[in-house]
Design a protein around this ligand. Sequence first.
Ligand SMILES: Nc1ncnc2c1ncn2[C@@H]1O[C@H](COP(=O)(O)OP(=O)(O)OP(=O)(O)O)[C@@H](O)[C@H]1O
Ligand SMILES: [Mg+2]
Length: 450
Amino acid sequence: MKQEILNRMEKIERRLNHLLRITYERKSEPDLLDKIAPSLKELREDNKNLSPALDSIFRRSSFPEFSRLKEKIQGAIQFLGDFAGKDLDSWRGKMADQKRLLPKLRKEIQANWQEPLQVKILGIGEITTTIELRGEGAPRRRKPEDKSWVGLAIKKAPSFPDQAGAGKYRELCSEYENFLSQNLEIRTPYAEHRLMPGKGGRWLVYNLQERLPAESIACLIIQVADPENIERIFIRLLAEMRKIFVWNRSHPEYRIGFDGQIPNWSFVRFGPEHPVIEKNEPLLYLDTTTPLIRRNGAEQLDTEIFIKSIPIFLRPIVRRTLLKEVLDRYYRPRDVILDLLASLITHHRPDLAPGMVDLTNQWLQENLSELELQPYTVKEIVSYNRQDVLIWKFFRQMKRMDRLITEKILGKTYEQRLPKGSPDKWENLVGAGGKGLTVPETLKGLLKNK
Ligand SMILES: Nc1ncnc2c1ncn2[C@@H]1O[C@H](COP(=O)(O)OP(=O)(O)OP(=O)(O)O)[C@@H](O)[C@H]1O
Ligand SMILES: [Mg+2]
């Protein structure tokens, strides 16, 4: 918004320059005011939009000189707004006033106005809502590996009762990321995990991750890429996950749980300029904030993190029944792949299911026969997705109810960031049954070429 206002001011300055030049050069021409009337009208239109924009800055913050300059400029704008009954000299005088004052005000705004940060939801997953802060002053980091500047995606974990619990979670996130990238060569984005004291003695962990371009998230790529590239994506994801299955099989004492769904992957280079998946296309796994590690069979993550988002009266039953099954699924190779296949349906490509089922079955025979996994069928994928949608829709309704109870009845702050209204309408909901990510403008061209 700041840049937009500054650009608008510059445009007005150019127009004023032009008009003033004409009024000086051709001042002896009769009816000059009538001749330049169209340009004056355009100036009035531009000025009309500028005035409320300046007021909106003023409402949010005030800084030295700003209000004095603003009032003077608005005075000139008001004068110039009314064409009737004014002579050329008065017009010229007010235009000159505005022209002189605008650069001063621009400098003031540039130097002193810190635009408020905007929160943008990048994706709502099963557990976490990932956001980004936009605007001047939004946090950025220099990545140690190549010293490049990156924006940050922020994933706030549910709060912890004490510092030790929060600290343990933070360590586990780092352990998970390091293990994937260093031991299994499944790369993860640059990340930091920050501990902060919360309300009422509770502790928070903010997971900061390099913000990846929307165009790179695989659930969007499958909507725009051609069939050949989509096959490459699928084979690549299967190959990445194979590393985990093989590791887990030979290391029962240290097993990794994994969520291989399509929105959890980013082909970082993909975009309108690079609309292909090459053999060693750089790939990142971004769902690292639910770090599932079982040491000698014991889940290292405090699974209350899952439970926290549902209403208190349902927690015991979910703890006893659903939770164990939900978590086990992430350790069973067949279920992990099933989840990937079923995510095609959520992400608007049910048409790909038959082809990808065949491809997966064949790939399993050739690359993972030692696991003796039952081949998949399209029917199974469809019915699994239907069930998954039901479970997660229920879970989301529970979250809404929890928010309502927390905010309206208990009068407390709800910890998680969720959009208002029905989850059916939430933008960028990547969990089962959601609308999926909105295709960005930059990819729409590829969509048209299909
Ligand atoms: N670093 C990032 N840059 C850009 N978008 C991101 C990033 N991380 C996440 N997203 C968006 O948010 C969505 C959800 O993120 P993520 O998978 O981490 O959450 P989740 O599925 O709820 O994870 P978890 O189950 O671990 O809490 C992603 O599919 C993606 O669209
Ligand atoms: Mg995810």
